[in-house]
Write a protein that binds this ligand. Structure first.
Ligand SMILES: [Zn+2]
Length: 497
């Protein structure tokens, strides 16, 4: 048992942070009460004077393979990022997969995030060994994660209608050599991982992530649906993230991507739609009626120029919305405080009706309770309350971000940037103390990362050259596709020249 004494507990709804003590039994909060809360004589005391206590933030969407590719792109649309994938994430050893996840976990916990939904990619198919390497990284840091093998049976070049035809012959032959495993191979590997998972599933669980509907055959999507239901795990995919996807989906399926997923019976309470930018009211209703979640990634959505998600409308219709950072290769830090601030801003820039803007309470709820539900931990994570896991962030109330302290809720969402995170407890264990991660040697981590990227830079030289040659063709084609097809759908004819 341990007792946290002297802290001020954030009440997001009341916009207050009043003194409170928290009794923790093992990894779980047993009681929350006024200062002087009785505790067993042998309970260890954690002094939290001058600290604001808030629930650990939950990152609803990230990609651990992206952390070794931090800072590698600028002026990339989603399609140009996907084009760069074989270059920036290629040739990874098991050690690289572990290391990439470790980097992200260290950053997240350091910035007050205690759990994440990680869509982790391996080429050409997921493996138990790769998933285990990632899972071990989270366990080593002491962070919680839902790790979902991100899979496809079509490459990006095969997924966008007409793109292959547009490529010069030599480039078309080059991308034809990027061959993904047939979907039964990927699903068999997923089952193997689900059957053989050794890690504590309350700390690191598995889920299933067909990457993008257009990149997966319908048989594959249905197979993912069935595996997720059979094992009682989450199902997570990128839905209408870009306009290119939205128009390509309409062209391919004759209906929206969300309607297509609905027709395949993929939507359900275990389903999370990442991004969900190019949705119409019917799509939002479908997600709400199936009890599905949306992972809102405002930083990535702006960085890739994907658009602004209509989160207010989703919440009004009853969709559960969590907040994510997305990958370090597209947004580029994994700072949930920044994601909250951006979520607030993005809602406010979308229209003058300020009564429909998200409040800071809404945003904080999304980044804790909303994300926790998307991860499948609705009754265990996201709150500081009896019965919930002891995942608690200690903010230094004397940090300049809280000087002066006028409104704790507003300041946690709009002012805090991770700088005031003094300590982080996950499952009753301190993983950050005095602003430093206690579970990993930061110097050793940096040296390992430098060595890995130096090796990968050489190993991925050919895919870098290929990506750079493809970039103008892909960029021009996709921009035109989105513009022309959108015009056809909206106005019934292509734009006049
Ligand atoms: Zn993503």
């Amino acid at each position: 048992m341990l007792i946290i004494r002297g802290g001020r507990l954030l009440d997001a709804h009341a916009h207050t942070a009043e003194p409170a003590d928290i009794l923790v039994d093992g990894d779980t909060i047993r009681e929350v009460g006024r200062p002087g809360l009785p505790a067993p004589a042998d309970a260890r005391t954690i002094a939290a004077g001058g600290r604001i206590l808030m629930p650990g933030l939950v990152n609803a969407h990230t990609h651990s393979h992206g952390n070794l590719a931090k800072g590698m792109g600028d002026r990339w649309t989603l399609e140009l990022l996907l084009n760069a994938g074989p270059w920036i994430s290629g040739n990874r050893s098991q050690e690289d997969k572990y290391l990439s996840a470790l980097i992200g976990a260290v950053e997240m916990v350091r910035k007050g995030c205690t759990a994440c939904y990680d869509l982790f990619y391996e080429f050409p198919a997921p493996t138990l060994e790769g998933l285990d390497a990632v899972g071990r990284a989270y366990a080593e840091v002491g962070m919680r994660a839902v790790v979902a093998p991100m899979m496809a049976d079509r490459t990006f070049y095969q997924a966008i209608p007409g793109l292959l035809d547009e490529l010069p012959t030599d480039l078309r032959e080059s991308v034809a050599r990027l061959v993904l495993a047939p979907w039964p191979v990927s699903l068999a590997a997923t089952r193997k991982a689900l059957d053989g998972w050794k890690l504590d599933r309350e700390q690191v669980a598995l889920a299933v992530a067909p990457t993008i509907p257009l990149h997966c055959s319908d048989d594959f999507l249905a197979g993912c649906r069935d595996v997720a239901r059979e094992y009682g795990v989450g199902l997570h995919t990128h839905v209408a993230e870009s306009k290119v996807q939205a128009v390509a989906g309409l062209a391919k399926y004759g209906k929206t991507l969300t309607a297509h997923l609905d027709a395949l019976k993929v939507l359900g309470p275990n389903f999370t739609a990442a991004h969900a930018i190019w949705l119409d009211a019917d799509d939002i209703a479908r997600l709400a009626d199936h009890g599905a979640s949306v992972a809102h990634n405002p930083g990535s959505n702006m960085r890739l120029g994907s658009g602004l998600a209509a989160v207010g409308a989703m919440r009004e219709r009853g969709v559960n919305v969590g907040i994510g950072t997305d990958a370090a290769s597209c947004s580029d830090n994994l700072n949930m405080f920044e994601s909250m601030r951006l979520a607030s801003m993005v809602s406010k820039v979308q229209g003058p009706d300020y009564a429909r803007w998200l409040t800071t309470e809404d945003v904080l709820e999304m980044a804790t309770v909303g994300s926790a539900r998307a991860l499948g931990f609705a009754s265990a994570l996201g709150r500081i309350a009896p019965g919930y896991k002891a995942d608690i962030v200690f903010l230094d109330a004397s940090h300049i971000n809280f000087v002066p302290l006028n409104d704790p809720t507003n300041q946690v969402v709009h002012t805090e940037d991770g700088g005031a995170v003094d300590a982080v407890m996950i499952g009753g264990r301190m993983v950050v103390e005095d602003g430093r991660v206690t579970t990993v040697d930061a110097g050793k981590l940096a040296a390992m990362a430098e060595a890995a990227v130096a090796r990968l830079r050489v190993a991925n030289e050919a895919t870098r050259t290929l990506a750079q040659r493809l970039e103008p063709v892909v960029g021009t084609f996709c921009r035109a596709l989105a513009g022309r097809e959108y015009h056809v759908q909206r106005y019934g004819a292509p734009p006049a020249r």
